[in-house]
Design a protein around this ligand. Structure first.
Ligand SMILES: C[S@@+](CC[C@H](N)C(=O)[O-])C[C@H]1O[C@@H](n2cnc3c(N)ncnc32)[C@H](O)[C@@H]1O
Length: 306
């Protein structure tokens, strides 16, 4: 079933959380000269027009990026994310919003590699086209073309399955973003199975999973199951912009679950999350949770903060 189109949700509060964290993780990997690979198993279209019919239908961007657009007091953890969005909108009017592949491309270096999977025929076409335009734009500015050679490879394929063949990356350094639509229950199961397999192939990779916070059992159980995977630690952060609303009345909260998180991530989120709750919160029920722990037998401590 491929009815999900991310264009309807682009720039919402969940995208803000996901993209700000993805950029932080890539920046961490970029601190060493050695190249790394970014794999996006569910890439979407890459760039979204916020004035398109899909995006304006529910104007979900008003729950996220619009609220940050004019802020002059952004915390340091959002500076690069906002600079990236502003860079796409040089006129000063918010019109384009970056998807995860675009956030990654703009954060990554010449020596790093992007591997993008997208199953929807229209979105994969748009993704290829968006990267082609980016390449033409960069070339016109006299900069190296991002798509040249093997730096960026877009596959019209199932990302859960396609990931296997890419692990471990030749450089043994990498980030995998897993961001399925969760329209079918099976996605929850496949996330866990995919991570189990991936950790067997590339134990030291950083894995980031986006998920919706919903009442349905699979959504509530998934983070608990991921905590038991054999990685060198995990971090789980959720952002709620309002008090809970019943499933089907719009998404009010989402989370990012990270396996093998860099040590810098938790202190950064402790600063960022209270600010985001205030900036994006719709009512007194807005809140965040941040917890981390170890799953390997050596160390089994768990800490939780709300
Ligand atoms: C939440 S959207 C991705 C958004 C994107 N990661 C971003 O942050 O900009 C999920 C995407 O996964 C695609 N998709 C669904 N099942 C897939 C699968 N098994 N493999 C690859 N892509 C899939 C959908 O067509 C949709 O574009």
């Amino acid at each position: 079933m491929l009815s999900y189109r991310h264009a309807f949700h682009a720039g919402n509060h969940a995208d803000v959380l996901k993209h700000a964290i993805t950029i932080q993780l890539l920046q961490y990997l970029g601190q060493k000269d050695a190249p790394y690979m970014y794999i996006d198993t569910h890439a979407g279209a890459g760039v979204y027009a916020l004035d398109s019919g899909e995006a304006t239908k529910n104007a979900e961007f008003d729950t996220g990026i619009t609220k940050l657009w004019g802020r002059k007091d952004l915390p340091p953890a959002l500076a690069d994310y906002m600079a990236l969005v502003k860079g796409m909108n040089p006129s000063g009017k918010l019109r384009l919003y970056p998807g995860s592949p675009y956030c990654a491309e703009k954060t990554m270096r010449e020596q790093d590699r992007l591997r993008l999977f997208e199953l929807h025929p229209r979105d994969v076409k748009m993704l290829v086209e968006n990267f082609r335009k980016l390449e033409a734009h960069e070339a016109a500015q006299g900069r190296t073309a991002p798509v040249r050679g093997k730096r960026v490879i877009v596959s019209h394929a199932d990302g859960f399955t396609g990931l296997k063949a890419l692990l471990p990356p030749p450089s043994r350094r990498g980030l995998v973003l897993i961001d399925p639509p969760y329209e079918v229950k099976d996605d929850y199961k496949r996330v866990k199975q995919t991570l189990e397999d991936a950790l067997g192939r590339f134990a030291t990779g950083i894995y980031a999973v986006w998920y919706p916070v919903l009442q349905r059992m699979e959504a509530r159980q998934m983070p608990e199951k991921l905590k038991r995977l054999p990685a060198n630690g995990w971090l789980n952060v959720t952002l709620s912009i309002s008090a809970p609303v019943p499933d089907g009345f719009g998404l009010y909260a989402s989370g990012m679950f990270i396996l093998n998180p860099p040590w810098t991530l938790e202190p950064m989120l402790r600063e960022l999350m209270p600010w985001l709750v205030k900036a994006l919160g719709r009512d007194a029920g807005a809140t965040f949770t941040l917890e981390s722990g170890q799953t390997l037998p050596v160390n089994t401590g768990t800490r939780r903060t709300a």
